[in-house]
Ligand binder design. Structure first.
Ligand SMILES: Cc1cc2nc3c(=O)[nH]c(=O)nc-3n(C[C@H](O)[C@H](O)[C@H](O)COP(=O)(O)OP(=O)(O)OC[C@H]3O[C@@H](n4cnc5c(N)ncnc54)[C@H](O)[C@@H]3O)c2cc1C
Length: 390
């Protein structure tokens, strides 16, 4: 019940091989990481050693040269493992983060930046969100001023995940003040550079779930960035980020489906074994129906995710499908985890049964990296021709 659809022998192979790695890290392992808020280095190493970080990276730099469909199957398996979202976030950035370097970086940059990410010897974080800009990315205020052969960066980022561990940061900054730009989307630039702690203070945010993987507020004070660390042209950063949004949505959707499936599996098992009023609680339709509904919701979200991934890999437009997949999967995961907690009754609230951890992890699938409201705004505009509302 937990496994993702795999339509080809190659996908089945990926699914089984990733499952074999994940199975070495059980609920007890992830529960401890969550309780002590400690980074799952052992899991990260196992995934890197299996060569999985390069699944969708070009073969010439050490990757497997496969598509987003294969990466989505892999992330769904990781999402459905005991680590759920924490496990996904441990590796997510290395899978999806380098996309702008692959597409817009120079040959020299690809050669320098990709192999360490693929090999897992370097960890990157992703600095886009800012405290005063929120989802309105064009309002970001972190600025980079050119100073000879380098830029000087000043500003603040928030929610930057894995920055406690990261050697590198993918940073979106403003290089031309918005007042001097034709459009607010102009004048932003993308850097991939050292996260040099002499110039960047990294302060952890205490949060509801996913404690094993840190998220942080960053205070950037005169960080020098060599010009060679700018990806593509100056002022084009927003467009480069947009290019990577669809694959990111697809992977997020796959991860969410994995989390939902794991919770649902636990709920069904408990419903079969827990006896109240002299019969298994799963004999009651009030228990059965919500779980059956979740099964259908997760399956539907999975089909939309696969459709989006296939379109992306075929070079076709997939913005509607990728966003719809992210929306459906986030809601389906949240519902499944909520229902799993309720199926367990009081024990759903006990750490021992793990569904409360899955629930806390699933909450974020509807908030980040884009909220369900903003997805609906996008679908209303692009699919239905309604006026842009944001
Ligand atoms: C665990 C976690 C990890 C994260 N990791 C990273 C990371 O690694 N790197 C990074 O850059 N960011 C990261 N983020 C940030 C995340 O992408 C943002 O939280 C998300 O984009 C939402 O932005 P915001 O929090 O500023 O919400 P806001 O923009 O303040 O929005 C608040 C609410 O208002 C709603 N809203 C706003 N405008 C509209 C509108 N016009 N119409 C309808 N509703 C609207 C939103 O949907 C939302 O519900 C992470 C966040 C979390 C929680």
């Amino acid at each position: 019940m937990i496994e993702p659809l795999a339509e080809t022998p190659e996908l089945v192979q990926i699914r089984d091989a990733v499952r074999a790695v994940c199975d070495n890290f059980d609920d007890a392992y992830w529960s401890e990481k969550d309780r002590t808020a400690s980074f799952p280095h052992e899991f990260a190493r196992a995934i890197a050693e299996g060569g999985w970080l390069g699944i969708a990276m070009p073969a010439e730099y050490g990757g497997a040269g496969l598509g987003i469909t294969e990466a989505a199957v892999m992330m769904q398996v990781i999402g459905s493992s005991a680590g759920t979202f924490a496990a996904c976030s441990t590796v997510h950035i290395n899978i999806f983060g380098p996309h702008p370097i692959v597409v817009h970086g120079s040959a020299a940059q690809r050669q320098r930046m990709l192999p360490p990410l693929i090999g897992g010897t370097e960890r990157a974080c992703f600095g886009v969100t800012e405290p005063d800009a929120g989802l309105d990315t064009t309002k970001l205020k972190t600025s980079a001023v050119r100073d000879g052969d380098r830029y000087r960066v000043n500003g603040r980022k928030i929610w930057t995940s894995t920055a406690q561990q990261a050697d590198k940061i993918m940073l979106l900054v403003r290089t031309t003040p918005v007042e001097q730009c034709k459009r607010p989307t102009d004048g932003l630039s993308l850097f991939y550079t050292d996260l040099d702690r002499r110039y960047v203070e990294v302060r952890e945010i205490h949060k509801m779930g996913r404690a094993a993987v840190d998220s942080n507020a960053l205070f950037i004070d005169d960080l020098p960035v060599p010009v060679e660390d700018r990806i593509g042209e100056e002022g084009m950063g927003f467009r480069y980020i947009l290019d990577s949004l669809n694959p990111e949505r697809i992977l997020n959707a796959a991860e969410a489906i994995g989390i939902g499936r794991r919770a649902l599996g636990k709920a069904a098992a408990y419903a079969n074994e827990r006896i109240v009023f002299d019969r298994p609680i799963g004999k009651n339709q009030a228990i059965q129906h919500p779980l059956a509904e979740s099964w259908a919701e997760l399956y539907a979200a999975e089909l939309m995710t696969l459709r989006a991934a296939r379109l992306y890999d075929a070079g076709q437009p997939c913005g509607l499908e990728a966003n719809a997949a992210k929306y459906l999967a986030g809601d389906a995961a949240f519902n499944a985890c909520d229902r799993a907690v309720r199926t367990h009754g009081g024990m759903g609230y006990a750490a021992e049964y793990h569904v409360e951890r899955y629930f806390r992890e699933a909450v974020v699938t509807r908030l980040a990296p884009v909220s369900r409201e903003l997805i609906l705004c996008y679908l209303a505009e692009r699919a239905l021709g309604l006026p842009k509302s944001y």
